[in-house]
Design a protein around this ligand. Structure first.
Ligand code: GDP
Length: 299
């Protein structure tokens, strides 16, 4: 939490610095409201949310002096309200053996790392975990997953680079069922440069999983890199359509990133957010909580 907070406060320092600059002994008038709206939009919160917040601020306060603290408090409350319905833990159904989690997202957003962290978490809860190296395109991705498997005691199903991803995933489904695995985490490719091909491959992977188990994948997690800003919205839309995303993980909130886009995504898509990534280490995955996130944004 401390790391998240320092990351967010660093990232939102432009935002809070801006708020301080506007509201130092100033009235809440049309100009200040517009300036605040601009700051919130620049922080990726989205036009709708920005307008809702300034609208709430103006209620009963228009043309009166307002303190920076009041602005921050109301900002945190409003952001929390938007995020609250999306903050939901990832639920694992242990009646499913295995519970299949497909992890999708653009390359570099933290899929493999998040799988490693989740693998450690489930292993610590006493679950038998298996990892499938479904990004057969990149040798480095397969190697990384093998390292995470060794580190967390999970078997890794992998094939040579260039192998058919759907075939590998089918094998992994079978192996996991045969070996009584509790949670199967499947990594996927995320090269957006070749979007049509990638999406066709992802659709095929999902089809193959369903063919094996009509209820699977039970969870489809999309990793979003907090440093990408506005583009994360497109990723939610593209992967949502192709892979039927059920929940989000926002990574790299320990850096200089602004997590404001999550507020815009929550307002538009009401997509559950399960975890945040706050570092590269095995323990750097935290449950997403609306209040902490909102407070950190407004701090
Ligand atoms: P993938 O291509 O989507 O599988 O992404 P990777 O898992 O390989 O991650 C890309 C880079 O981001 C790696 O260097 C990771 O160590 C790093 N990374 C992933 N998650 C986080 C995070 O939460 N914080 C930080 N600082 N780095 C992260």
């Amino acid at each position: 939490l401390k790391r998240l907070r320092s990351g967010l406060s660093r990232s939102s320092s432009a935002l809070t610095g801006g708020i301080s600059a506007i509201f130092t002994k100033r009235k809440l008038d049309a100009d200040t409201l517009e300036e605040l709206e601009d700051i919130l939009i620049q922080a990726d919160l989205g036009v709708e949310t920005a307008m809702a917040i300034t609208g709430r601020l103006a209620q009963g306060r228009y043309d009166k002096e307002i303190s920076v603290e009041d602005v921050r408090t109301i900002l945190a409350e409003e952001v929390e309200k938007v995020l609250e319905p999306t903050a939901r833990p990832l639920e694992i159904d242990l009646a499913k053996k295995p519970h299949v989690i497909l992890v999708v997202g653009v390359n570099g957003t933290g899929k493999t790392t998040t799988i490693g962290k989740l693998s450690a978490k489930f292993a610590a809860e006493g679950r038998k975990v298996m990892l499938a190296a479904g990004d057969t395109f990149r040798a480095a991705a397969v190697e990384q997953l093998k390292i995470w498997g060794a580190r967390t005691g999970a078997e890794v199903i992998a094939r040579d680079t260039g192998a058919d991803a759907a075939g590998l995933v089918f094998d992994a489904m079978k192996e996991a069922a045969d070996k009584g695995v509790d949670v199967l985490l499947i990594d996927t490719a995320g090269r957006l440069q070749n979007r049509a091909e990638l999406m066709a491959e992802l659709e095929k992977v999902v089809r193959v999983i369903r063919k094996y188990d009509a209820e699977a994948p039970h969870s489809v997690l999309l990793t979003l890199d907090a440093t990408t800003g506005q583009n994360a919205m497109n990723q939610v839309e593209i992967f949502g359509k192709t892979a039927g995303v059920t929940g989000l993980v926002m990574t790299k909130l320990d850096g200089t990133a602004r997590g404001g886009i999550l507020v815009a995504i929550a307002a538009r898509h009401k997509m559950p957010v399960h975890f945040i990534g706050v570092g590269e280490g095995v323990d750097d995955l935290e449950p997403f909580t609306a209040r902490d996130f909102a407070r950190a944004i407004a701090e």
